[in-house]
Design a protein around this ligand. Sequence first.
Ligand SMILES: Cc1cc2nc3c(=O)[nH]c(=O)nc-3n(C[C@H](O)[C@H](O)[C@H](O)COP(=O)(O)OP(=O)(O)OC[C@H]3O[C@@H](n4cnc5c(N)ncnc54)[C@H](O)[C@@H]3O)c2cc1C
Length: 385
Amino acid sequence: MNYIHACLLKKRNMLVVKSLTILLLSCIAFKLACCSISSLKSLPLVGHLEFEDVHPASKDFGNRSQLLPLAILHPKSVSDIASVIRHIWMMGPHSQLTVAARGRGHSLQGQAQTSHGIVIHMESLQPQKLQVHSVGSSNPFVDVSGGELWINILHETLKYGLAPKSWTDYLHLTVGGTLSNAGISGQAFRHGPQISNVHQLEVVTGKGEILNCSERENSDLFHGVLGGLGQFGIITKARIALETAPTMVKWMRVLYLDFAAFAKDQERLISSDDKFDYVEGFVIINRTGLLDNWRLSFTPEDPTKASQFKSDGRNLYCLEVAKYFKLDEDKKNVMNQEVKESLSELSYISSTLFSSEKNAKPNGQGKEIHVMNHVNLMFKNRDTL
Ligand SMILES: Cc1cc2nc3c(=O)[nH]c(=O)nc-3n(C[C@H](O)[C@H](O)[C@H](O)COP(=O)(O)OP(=O)(O)OC[C@H]3O[C@@H](n4cnc5c(N)ncnc54)[C@H](O)[C@@H]3O)c2cc1C
């Protein structure tokens, strides 16, 4: 046999060995998957594991990452979550099954996905009745499920004249989803993000234990889970800090073309605690019609000047502020004067002051319209800008 033939034979043998190894590994993986599936199927759950229709959990809002899970757990109780996680923990490290909690799937990069693992659909968790604790308390709070939407919490707490201290702009996100990140909106400059306004959590750990945690109890777990992107446990309940909900709000937007001026003004406002109750800034990628969209919700302070303002397609920086006040003519006049003074210290383009006033009166159809609802829901419109 000459040298070339020997080399070719060696190469072919290597190829056969490689193919057999891959086949063997695939068989092991397949067998493990089959074992996993059958052992998971045998778990006594109040909810259920879905093995067929798993595509909905393979996508998220960002639409950039697609990972197909082995199954979706639709838990009906916290013990469903604990049972599945404990079961996977008992399988040991060779099982390679991973778990991801999923709220609304509004992540952008697959944070709530897992390849061939179990996605826990947190909204399926049997919603406990939201329990608002307010009577005689100077520190009111609400106990909620980890799969609860912030919009539902707002509606419920408003019945007691209360609202969570810290928000996201968009409210159709879950408690677990935003507490695993940070949860930021225009109230964060005063109260901190949502993760700074939680008294206590109930968490299912990686071993399947159900633990309570707070600053004082299991504090490592508490601080790990808050902002932990679901890597330290699954949030099944949260105790959220509340405050008295405002009754009226004056809501304003001003525009800048110069980023440095915009940033300077924003810093000035967030470092002074009492000028406004809500401060947020954002960039407007100025496409045709976009600017006009949100103007519809506001009245320009000076309509003539505002109509003359031309952005010429340049990107704009928008400072958004709000001031809460009471429905009383004298108090309103004082508030307007204060707002005027605060605005006079800023260097926005003078023709671009837009404002809007909202009140919290019931709308007569038995539904409460509330300023926080308006502000935070209408901010949602910004996402369409
Ligand atoms: C239109 C839009 C508007 C937004 N507005 C804001 C805003 O104003 N402010 C802001 O801060 N963010 C905002 N976000 C970002 C948003 O807060 C995050 O994407 C958040 O994670 C989405 O929540 P979700 O319920 O969809 O969670 P998912 O995307 O489903 O999950 C997010 C992460 O949390 C984990 N997780 C989910 N539930 C739990 C749980 N119960 N226990 C432990 N871990 C869990 C997941 O595994 C994942 O890692 C916005 C996103 C979108 C798409």
